[in-house]
Write a protein of this length. Structure first.
Length: 475
């Protein structure tokens, strides 16, 4: 399967409230021979306040934010077309599962496009950072790394690229970061071919669940607080090994004696799960690193244990339906108790992607909606069942073709934007007030560091935000 190695730069560190402003990608075959590439940059969506630090990191000037050839809507359309053309493929980037994938899902959701384009069948997804960490867990010499003050290997893309002889001066532009990811992953495949295929066994939920249900013992490689850890685990019974709420695999760490756990009540199990940490969660949809059991058996405490004892413990857990069923009941109760403690504040449409799925009837209308004129787009909004989609559609028309909207609808959207960006409260999104506070703090920092270039940039972006504020103050 071909690989799509992609990266984004955004206006914010928030995957829910920020916007993609640049995206680049490279299509390679399984041997990393390049087939195609792209890079797209767009203007900032109307009415959004960016984070100054995000723009400094990705070197985005006011001119780039305001004078690009593509609007944000047009860029998303081109991106969707490229990803469809390049499918089927395995989509991956660097730390993409935690950020880039979440950003594109939210952007496509708000943009009236199918959000799960990178991992819905036949596509799969993985994460270059997960692969690098997994390779490093197997052999710390697979790539050269910098070591931080705590003695841990630094796995940042720019650092790894520089340490392994790749020019990294253009890091934090989308296409350049994609190029660096290609280079690092190609190096790992070359140096560690025996584990390369194993990493990709977990490129989608169903493949990962097959491993969890079929294999009796394996090594789960995880990364916590800058360090790699390898756990020798056994999944729960094949019929009862998936979390009833979150749909993630569940396995028992075999350094723990399971005998005292087997006859516990549900209440006792809930307490043991929290205190003894004997249960390992395998996030089946987030490309976990699952390796042969031999890798974990080489590290303490497993290397000091009798292999027959480990096999015996695995059999006790993996063959015990009742115990596994009780674990799932306990996990369900823990999840339900946690849900009751969650904030009861209203969820806004933009942050509801995982709270409620858009009806298939609406999803089927998406391509037609994008294909028609702006006037017909407005009329077509009546055909959508999901009110969130209707709201997103109105805002897209406001940003792209404001003259299409009736004046009352136009003013309503303007007032909503004004209310959000001019808020004096601490909000989930970036407000003018929050931006100015951020700028003040950065000015102090850059003045002390004598970084005149950054200070000049702050003045430019500050003037830009002031112009947005002025525009919406009079709404």
């Amino acid at each position: 399967m071909n690989l799509v190695i992609w990266d984004i730069e955004s206006s914010s560190s928030s995957t829910t409230w920020g916007s993609i402003i640049e995206v680049g990608g490279i299509l390679v075959d399984p041997n990393f021979k390049e087939i195609d590439r792209f890079n797209l940059r767009c203007r900032l969506p109307e009415g959004e306040i960016p984070q100054a630090m995000a723009l400094i990191v990705n070197k985005t000037s006011v001119d780039l934010l305001t004078k690009g050839n593509l609007s944000h809507y047009q860029m998303l359309g081109q991106l969707e077309a490229i990803f469809k053309k390049w499918s089927p493929a395995i989509f991956l980037g660097w730390a993409n599962i935690g950020f880039d994938d979440e950003m594109i899902r939210n952007e496509f959701f708000r943009g009236i496009r199918y959000p799960y384009i990178t991992n819905s069948t036949p596509n799969k997804r993985h994460d270059g950072l997960n692969i690098a960490r997994g390779a490093h867990a197997v052999d710390e010499n697979v790539v050269k790394t910098e070591i931080n003050e705590k003695g841990n290997a630094i796995m940042k893309l720019e650092s790894l690229a520089r340490m392994n002889g790749f020019e990294s001066g253009g890091a934090h532009s989308a296409l350049f970061d994609a190029e660096l990811t290609v280079k690092i992953l190609s190096l790992i495949k070359k140096k560690q071919p025996e584990t390369w295929g194993a990493f990709f066994r977990t490129s989608n939920r169903s493949d990962t669940e097959i491993i969890i249900k079929k294999e009796k013992i394996f090594t789960l490689a995880e990364y916590h607080f800058g360090k790699n850890y390898k756990y020798v685990v056994t999944p729960l019974h094949p019929k009862f090994c998936i979390h009833p709420i979150y749909q993630w695999g569940q396995a028992v760490d075999l350094k723990i004696d399971p005998i005292p756990l087997l006859n516990m009540s549900i209440s006792e199990l809930k307490s043991a799960i929290k205190k003894q940490k004997f249960l390992k969660t395998i996030r089946s949809n987030k490309a976990p690193i699952i390796l042969d059991s031999s890798y974990g058996m080489k590290v303490e405490p497993y290397s000091n244990m009798d292999p027959n004892l480990i096999k015996e413990r695995a059999k006790m857990v993996n063959s015990n339906e009742q115990f596994s069923q009780n674990i799932l009941i306990a996990l369900r109760e823990i999840a339900e108790e946690k849900h009751q403690l969650d904030s009861q504040e209203d969820i806004l449409a933009e942050e509801s992607i995982y709270k409620k799925f858009t009806p298939q009837k609406d999803t089927a209308l998406f391509p037609k909606w994008h294909a028609v004129s702006w006037k017909d787009k407005l009329a077509m909004l009546d055909k959508f069942e999901d009110e969130r989609i209707v709201g997103f559609g109105k805002k897209i028309i406001y940003q792209e073709s404001p003259e299409t909207l009736p004046s009352d609808m136009f003013k309503e959207i303007q007032r909503e934007i004004a209310e959000r960006i001019l808020s004096e409260k601490k909000e989930k999104w970036w407000t003018c007030k929050e931006f100015y506070n951020e700028c003040d703090n950065l000015r102090e920092k850059y003045t002390n560091e004598k970084k005149d270039k950054n200070l000049k940039f702050l003045d430019e972006i500050n003037d830009f935000v002031m112009s947005i504020e002025k525009k919406y103050e009079n709404v």
